[in-house]
Design a protein around this ligand. Structure first.
Ligand code: S3P
Length: 168
């Protein structure tokens, strides 16, 4: 299989964006963050889109956005935590699951980063979303990495895997 893009999936705040930026730098690829593209295109924050248009509308925007992004090749793409649950990701993508424990995520996120995520505001709801989603993340992933450690510790696992496989 020749993969056209590297797509990072995982729960909110697991570090997909930070990992993606680092990975893109190591591999000399472009980095694209789906949420950021949606925010620019809609000229609104994710919080505002949820408040003003609702989650369903956001999910439609996500599917359209990932479809458009994956028309290009050779990118590292960070997705929102709900994207692989609600949308389909192009088959020829190398899907990497950034696997962090719920407690680690909560402890790691700054107050500012926490506040940006509407579905993280009610902790028990977020905890049940986490429990519901992890199986899907694992099933979709070609590679799962233990992201409970610092990026520098596990980034090489992803880089080595990618260099051993063919990614355009
Ligand atoms: C969401 C995750 C967020 C963002 C939106 C919904 C989710 O992205 O897309 O708030 O459903 O898990 P991050 O995973 O980058 O926090």
């Amino acid at each position: 299989m020749i993969y056209e893009n590297i797509v990072l999936i995982g729960f909110m705040g697991s570090g997909k964006t930070s990992v993606g930026k680092t990975l893109a730098r190591y591999l000399h690829k472009d980095f694209v963050d789906v949420d950021s593209v949606i925010e620019v295109e809609q000229n609104a924050t994710i919080n505002d889109i949820f408040k003003e248009k609702g989650e369903e509308c956001f999910r439609v925007l996500e599917q359209k956005c990932i479809n458009k992004i994956t028309q290009k090749k050779g990118q590292v793409i960070a997705t929102g935590g709900g994207l692989p649950i609600h949308s389909t990701i192009a088959e020829n993508s190398l899907i990497v699951y950034i696997d962090a424990d719920f407690e680690v995520i909560l402890n790691r996120l700054s107050a500012k980063e926490h506040a940006k995520r509407p579905l993280l505001q009610d902790e028990s709801l977020a905890r049940s979303l986490y429990a519901q989603r992890i199986q899907t993340y694992k099933e979709l992933a070609t590679l799962s990495v233990d992201a409970n450690q610092k990026i520098q510790v596990f980034i090489h696992v992803i880089v080595d895997f990618i260099l051993d496989n063919r990614v355009l």
